[in-house]
Design a protein around this ligand. Structure first.
Ligand code: MN
Length: 228
């Protein structure tokens, strides 16, 4: 096969204690998945099914990066999230079977242009400008599922310049990871290489140039990056 242009490089994420990387195919994200965050955004947590949006695969940024403050916003927000790394694809996956599709877990940040999101919500417009921009998906090293031990509880937190901003527990998620995979795979065929951002707890807020962000999920490698 030859191409008329140089083919784009394949986005990938580090794997804990491995020289091999996890090749990224698609990035799916869940909106409104922790009751406190749903309330802080002015919505009722129990009234709606999970909502999904996507980011381009090349939005991934590895831990330790210096990320330029995003263009086209004056209200760039952090949202710490548990990320599922899919190792086995499928459609119409039952929640009971979903864990075997997860290759590993990581912590990620769903960087958001909150001003563009507010406009999109008000105008009934798509969220792409709010969510799917360059460098909008920092992801830490993926920890392979070890011995079938899946993550369904544990602290999830984020600190800016050493000050804790988000601090919750995975058990507070409205939709569990298996339920998310079940819902998502009714609308999209999942495949190895897909990442799923599972939603953020309360405490989201703005970032400024010069900020140092550090975040984690209990049992996973922390993720850190700076905004320049
Ligand atoms: Mn999010």
């Amino acid at each position: 096969m030859s191409y008329v242009i140089d083919p784009p490089s394949r986005p990938a994420v580090c794997v804990l204690d491995s020289a091999a990387k996890f090749a990224v195919r698609r990035i799916f994200c869940v909106g409104r998945n922790y009751a406190d965050h749903v309330r802080e955004m002015g919505n009722n947590p129990k009234s709606e099914p999970p909502i999904f949006f996507t980011k381009p695969a090349d939005a991934v940024v590895e831990s330790g990066a210096a990320i330029p403050y995003a263009v086209n916003t004056s209200n760039l927000h952090f949202e710490v999230e548990l990320v599922l790394a899919i190792g086995k694809g499928g459609a119409g996956i039952a929640a009971e079977a979903a864990p075997e599709h997860v290759w590993g877990y990581a912590v990620g940040v769903d960087l958001t242009r909150r001003d563009r999101q507010a406009e999109a919500k008000q105008g009934g417009a798509p969220w792409d400008a709010a969510k799917a921009f360059d460098n909008s998906a920092p992801v830490g090293a993926i920890a392979p599922v070890a011995g079938g031990a899946h993550l369904n509880k544990g602290r999830i937190w984020l600190a800016v310049n050493g000050e804790t901003k988000q601090d919750a527990d995975l058990s507070d998620m409205i939709w569990t990871a298996p339920e998310i995979i079940a819902h998502l795979s009714r609308s999209w065929t999942l495949a190895a290489g897909d990442l799923i951002f599972t939603g953020t707890p309360a405490g989201v807020g703005p970032l400024q140039s010069g900020d140092q962000v550090r975040c984690g999920v209990e049992g996973l490698a922390p993720l850190s990056f700076s905004i320049i």
